[in-house]
Write a protein that binds this ligand. Structure first.
Ligand code: SF4
Length: 523
């Protein structure tokens, strides 16, 4: 009992000091504040303290504008997303009622940067620990853009973050490295004219919970429910990351109730499974889809054997005993290949003595490296063995992903009566546009949509399809007769179509050169 009392007393001292400091920093200048708010415990604690501090100031001194910014990756765990939107609404209403100059903002990635457009449109491999492309595009960039816009309008800003010392030694080093002597502010590591203020930098986790649970929330937040969220899962924070250096110390936010439902960076999903075991059954359908995405990530049949820019590369292979070994990766099993070409699945591999020889064979035989077949090629050179490296998901894999995603959305509605959009029409439109540039000219995307959801896709057909089926068939016949690569011609025609009527041809010529210089044109 004595221990609990002393803990609460120590939190109370830190809370009062923090409120005092917040008032001092607020009154010190007119630079606007931006608070990064994720809905997690640390940023909730910052907003909680700031509202209480500013509420203690006389109304005429509350002149500095405070922006609360949250990010929605568009693949947030549904219940967390709804809760975040609800909290932002409450903060907005309470601020108006209390005369606190706070405005709330929810930022999203640009359509070209969303999870689905990158995966299903461009075929990007789903993110993992070594290829974590998602956080920058989906969280950092939208928030940084918001900050830059405010800096452009106001000159300088101060960012308030819920970072705390003692969470990890790397985080502590970053905090110390950016601190300004004799100041409560830190320099932002990448954004000019932005400073960072961390009002709970000296709080420990008990201080955070004591503050949230034992002092009044001015916007009526249900902090006991928030506590429950953390207590029944081994949940980490998924901070609203606005500083790349702090990001590197933050680990994966997928390992948390606050991450994206589709996160493949972590091996075991925490975002959904906790909710499912507490009774939200429809989320199981999302979990199944996410697990399927994880399963197919390293499947050679579902990935093109060239990079997104069209260049082909070779990956070194291990040679053990008398066998070449393709290592196990993700859900892909280890495969051994004997020197006579037989692999452990009974399939045959073809050997070449140089990469040039292998590429010549591929080109002469018109082998499509973008299809869902692995040409099973091994190059044997003086320094060891190698095979074709993997690139984006194949077009067939992307079609399958879209189909299953829409079917999941339909099933959620049919079986649970929950109307929850998993992918937006704008994203589907952008995916259709990218497929078009990849030579998918027909109405595939319309067919997938209509079949899965049982209603037509209301998008202007010209935006996501090109030429009619008859014209496409005619083009195909001519290409066969003239022995030219159909996919190459399609890509070139698509460039021309996009540049019709433009007087300057520089961009078109650059694009044509790029296409002609690709190692592989037929995807
Ligand atoms: S939760 Fe996972 S998918 Fe989402 S941004 Fe973080 S690491 Fe990427």
């Amino acid at each position: 009992m004595a221990k609990i009392t002393s803990l609460i007393q120590s939190t109370e001292a830190k809370r009062l000091l923090s409120i005092d400091n917040i008032k001092k920093v607020y009154m010190n200048d007119s630079r606007p504040w931006i608070i990064g708010y994720s809905g997690g415990k640390d940023s909730s604690c910052v907003v909680h303290l700031v509202m209480n501090a500013i509420n203690e100031l006389p109304v005429q001194q509350r002149t500095k504008k405070i922006y609360i910014v949250s990010s929605d990756t568009l693949v947030e765990t549904p219940l967390i997303k709804l809760q975040l939107e609800d909290n932002l609404r409450r903060i907005h209403d309470a601020s108006r009622n209390l005369n606190i100059p706070i405005s709330t903002h929810l930022v999203h990635p640009k359509t070209k940067d969303t999870f689905w457009v990158n995966i299903i449109g461009k075929g990007y491999p789903t993110p993992n620990q070594t290829f974590r492309w998602c956080t920058d595009r989906m969280k950092i960039e939208p928030t940084n853009q918001f900050i830059k816009d405010i800096v452009d309008q106001q000159g300088e800003v101060i960012m308030l973050l819920g970072v705390r010392k003692g969470e990890s030694s790397s985080r502590d080093r970053v905090i110390d490295g950016y601190s300004v002597e004799n100041s409560l502010l830190m320099r932002h590591s990448t954004l000019m004219n932005a400073f960072v203020y961390a009002p709970i930098v000296d709080f420990d986790i008990n201080d955070v919970w004591n503050t949230l649970l034992n002092t009044e929330s001015l916007w009526g937040a249900d902090n006991s429910a928030l506590y429950q969220l953390y207590s029944d899962s081994n949940s980490n924070e998924c901070p609203l990351i606005v500083d790349k250096n702090i990001k590197e110390t933050a680990g994966s936010c997928g390992n948390s109730r606050f991450g994206c439902w589709v996160c493949t960076v972590v091996s075991e999903d925490k975002a959904l499974s906790g909710f499912i075991s507490s009774g939200v059954k429809w989320l199981q359908l999302l979990l199944d889809y996410r697990n399927w995405l994880t399963d197919i990530r390293d499947n050679r049949e579902m990935r093109a054997k060239y990079r997104t820019n069209g260049s082909v590369y070779f990956m070194n292979l291990e040679f053990k005993g008398d066998r070449i070994v393709i290592a196990q990766k993700g859900k892909r099993n280890k495969l051994e290949i004997k020197l006579d070409g037989h692999d452990s699945n009974g399939e045959m591999w073809r050997f070449f003595d140089s990469k040039a020889e292998a590429l010549k064979y591929l080109s002469e035989n018109n082998i499509n490296l973008g299809s869902d077949e692995d040409p099973k090629i091994i190059v044997r050179e003086f320094d060891g063995y190698s095979m074709l490296g993997l690139g984006p998901f194949t077009i067939d894999a992307r079609k399958e992903m879209l189909k299953r995603l829409l079917e999941t959305q339909k099933k959620i509605f049919d079986e649970f009566g929950v109307d929850y959009e998993l992918i937006s029409i704008d994203e589907i439109k952008e995916i259709g546009r990218i497929w078009l540039s990849n030579g998918i000219w027909n109405k595939t995307i319309f067919d997938i949509y209509e079949k899965a959801l049982g209603k037509p896709l209301s998008v202007n057909q010209d935006e996501v399809s090109f030429l009619g089926e008859d014209d496409e068939a005619l083009l195909e016949r001519i290409c066969v007769e003239e022995n030219v690569d159909l996919e190459l011609i399609k890509k070139l025609l698509y460039v021309e179509r996009n540049n019709i009527g433009l007087q300057r041809r520089d961009d078109a010529i650059k694009e044509i050169k790029r296409i002609l210089n690709q190692d592989i044109v037929n995807i």
